[in-house]
Design a protein around this ligand. Structure first.
Ligand code: COA
Length: 260
């Protein structure tokens, strides 16, 4: 698929997405959000894709936020519509993608950029990069799910401190408070993401999809996560991959999963 602001390539069952607006530090404008939503829909339905890596073009930024120039004259209703679009169409779709999505944070992850990373399942940051939710310095608050996802990831104290001060924190500090999973040298970012996905690719695809569903339910207050887990656990028993996994264990060989 060819996009204007997004580089997209499937390589070895991994969909590589690069936000490609380097001159604007990869700020998310309307078109980029729509392209991201389209790419995630494709990843969700494609049998070829087993995982997704999202990163930013250039040396400086992962994503420096929502594109400020697009909402500078918005009223309340337009603001709400923008938040709904970003939250539901794009960020929720990423979080609910049945294939693991990794944010490879190569530079500034600010505002909507950090919200994008937080919607991903796993975050790996390059050493020394900065992350933050600076919206209050613009007279706004995070609107793409940032107040919720940050609080769920790091707890209320760190979330309010980060949001209310608008301060950026380093990748190293983000790892300490649980905001990123790993910090690696910039040149190791892709290698680390691929290393994780290589392992995931050897596991049962439908079991992974069910695991994502159940884990997501843990922070969805409209669902009973334990019930979701019971249901997802039961569904695994209907899959060919379950039979293959157990048979392979008994036959002392490596399983060959087909995603069925
Ligand atoms: N929306 C729109 N454009 C943005 C942007 C954003 N969120 N972030 C950066 N840009 C643009 C700048 O306007 C500039 O464009 P120009 O060259 O046409 O003037 C270009 O990207 C480079 O940014 P610049 O500010 O010159 O780089 P810098 O190295 O001096 O500073 C940042 C880098 C990230 C500290 C700074 O760009 C910044 O604070 N960005 C906004 C972050 C933010 O508030 N995000 C939340 C938005 S809700």
């Amino acid at each position: 698929m060819t996009y204007n602001n997004l580089l997209s390539e499937i390589k070895d069952q991994v969909l590589h997405l690069t936000i490609n607006r380097e001159s604007k530090l990869n700020a998310l404008n309307r078109e980029t959000l729509a392209e991201l939503a389209d790419a995630i829909t494709l990843a969700t339905s494609s049998r070829e894709v087993r995982g997704v890596i999202i990163t930013g073009a250039g040396e400086k930024a992962f994503v420096a936020g929502a594109d400020i120039s697009e909402f500078s004259s918005f009223n309340a209703e337009q603001g709400e519509q923008l938040a709904v679009k970003g939250q539901v169409t794009v960020f929720d779709a990423i979080e609910n993608c049945p294939k693991p999505v990794i944010a490879a944070i190569n530079g500034f992850a600010l505002g909507g950029g950090l919200e994008l990373a937080m919607a991903c399942h796993i975050r790996i940051a390059a050493s020394g990069i900065k992350l933050g939710l600076p919206e209050v310095s613009l007279g706004l608050i995070p609107g793409y799910g940032g107040t919720q996802r940050l609080t769920r990831l790091v707890g209320k104290g760190h979330a309010i401190e980060m949001i209310a001060t608008a301060d950026m924190i380093t990748a190293e500090r983000a790892a300490v408070i649980g905001l990123v999973n790993h910090v690696v040298a910039k040149e190791e970012l892709l290698t680390k993401a691929l290393e994780i996905l290589e392992k995931i690719k050897t596991r049962a695809p439908l079991a992974i999809a069910n695991a994502i569903l159940a884990v997501n339910a843990a922070t969805d207050y409209q669902q009973n996560g334990f019930e979701v887990e019971i249901n997802a656990f039961g569904k695994c028993f209907t899959t060919e991959d379950f039979k293959e996994g157990v048979t392979a264990f008994q036959e002392k060989r490596k399983p060959v999963f087909t995603g069925k």
